[in-house]
Design a protein around this ligand. Structure first.
Ligand SMILES: Nc1ncnc2c1ncn2[C@@H]1O[C@H](COP(=O)(O)OP(=O)(O)O)[C@@H](O)[C@H]1O
Ligand SMILES: [Mg+2]
Length: 252
C-alpha cells in the first residue's frame, strides 16, 4: 500500500528552566516509523512519553529538531498540500461551543470555497456516516452526549476527505461502553474510506483494538514494537507488560 507518512530519525528537543539553569530536554528521540494508506499505527505510552508531540509532528504543526517527517515522500510545504485531519481527546477543540454542530462540522469546507448548499449536504452525509441524525446539525455541542460530540468531531475530520487522520486520545474522556462504540466506528470508517491513521493512547487495550501495528513509547523513545499477530500475548518487554496490566489485559 502507498506510503503516506514517514518519520526518519526524528528528534524534538525542548528547552526548559529559568535564566539560571537552561536545560535541554528530549521529548522525542530517534523516532522511526511509517504509516501506509488503509493502516492504523498505534502509539502507546504513559503520560509525558512524547505521544502528542509525535502527533503534532505528523500534522506538520511542529517541526522536528533533528531528522525528517515526510508526507508522501516529501517534507511539509513541498509538493501537493497534504489532506490531514485530527480527532483529539476533547471535542471542544474541534466543536466551537457557540456554534451549531453542523457549522463546526462543515467549517473545513469554508476555506475550500465550497458553497453553503453543498456544505449542508456534505455535513448531512458525514453526520450519517458517523451514525448521527442529520437534525443534530442544528443543535449546539452541549445538547449532545459525549459520544455524540466525539462522533461529530470525527465527521468534521472526515469532511475534507483526509489521507491521514491523527487520533490523539480520542476515547480517553468517554465511558467504557461509549469507548467501544467509537473504536468500532473508527475501524468501520477506515475499512470504508482507506485513510492512513496514527492512533495515540495511554490505554494499551484501546490501541491494540484499532491498530494493526503498535509502537510503545517511554520518555521520548520507542522501547517496543509489535505487529497485530503478537498483540494478543503478554509482552516480553517489562514496560509494555506494565501498560497491558494497567489496561486490564493481563490477569494477575
Ligand atoms: N511546548 C513544550 N515545551 C516544553 N516542554 C513540552 C512542550 N510540549 C510538551 N512538553 C513536554 O514534553 C514531554 C512530552 O509531552 P507530550 O508529547 O505531550 O507527551 P504525551 O502526549 O505522551 O503525554 C512532557 O514532559 C511535556 O511536559
Ligand atoms: Mg498527549
Amino acid at each position: 500500500m502507498t506510503l503516506v507518512l514517514e518519520m526518519r530519525n526524528v528528534g524534538v528537543t525542548y528547552s526548559s528552566g529559568s535564566l539560571w539553569g537552561k536545560r535541554a530536554f528530549d521529548a522525542v528521540k530517534n523516532m522511526n516509523f511509517q504509516v501506509r494508506a488503509g493502516e492504523t499505527v498505534g502509539l502507546v505510552g504513559e503520560s509525558g512519553s512524547g505521544k502528542t508531540t509525535t502527533g503534532r509532528l505528523c500534522l506538520g504543526l511542529q517541526r522536528p529538531t533533528t531528522g525528517e517527517v515526510l508526507f508522501r515522500g516529501q517534507p511539509f510545504g513541498r509538493g501537493e498540500k497534504p489532506r490531514l485531519a485530527a480527532v483529539l481527546q476533547h471535542p471542544r477543540t474541534s466543536l466551537n461551543p457557540r456554534l451549531k454542530v453542523g457549522t463546526s462540522v462543515g467549517e473545513p469546507l469554508v476555506i475550500q470555497g465550497v458553497t453553503a448548499e453543498e456544505r449542508r449536504d456534505r455535513v448531512a452525509d458525514n453526520l450519517h456516516r458517523v451514525g448521527l441524525r442529520p437534525d443534530l446539525a442544528a443543535r449546539y455541542p452541549h445538547e449532545l452526549s459525549g459520544g455524540q460530540r466525539q462522533r461529530a468531531s470525527i465527521a468534521r475530520a472526515l469532511i475534507g476527505n483526509p489521507e491521514f487522520i491523527l487520533f490523539d486520545e480520542p476515547v480517553s474522556a468517554l465511558d467504557a461502553s461509549v469507548q467501544a462504540q467509537i473504536l468500532n466506528l473508527i475501524l468501520e470508517l477506515q475499512s470504508e474510506l482507506g485513510f492512513a491513521a496514527l492512533f495515540i493512547s495511554h490505554d494499551f487495550a484501546a490501541t491494540r483494538y484499532v491498530a494493526s501495528r503498535l509502537i510503545v513509547m517511554k520518555v521520548g523513545e520507542v522501547v517496543d514494537e509489535a505487529s497485530s499477530s503478537n498483540l494478543f500475548h503478554a509482552a516480553t518487554h517489562p514496560y509494555t507488560r506494565a501498560l497491558q496490566e494497567a489496561s486490564g489485559l493481563l490477569d494477575g
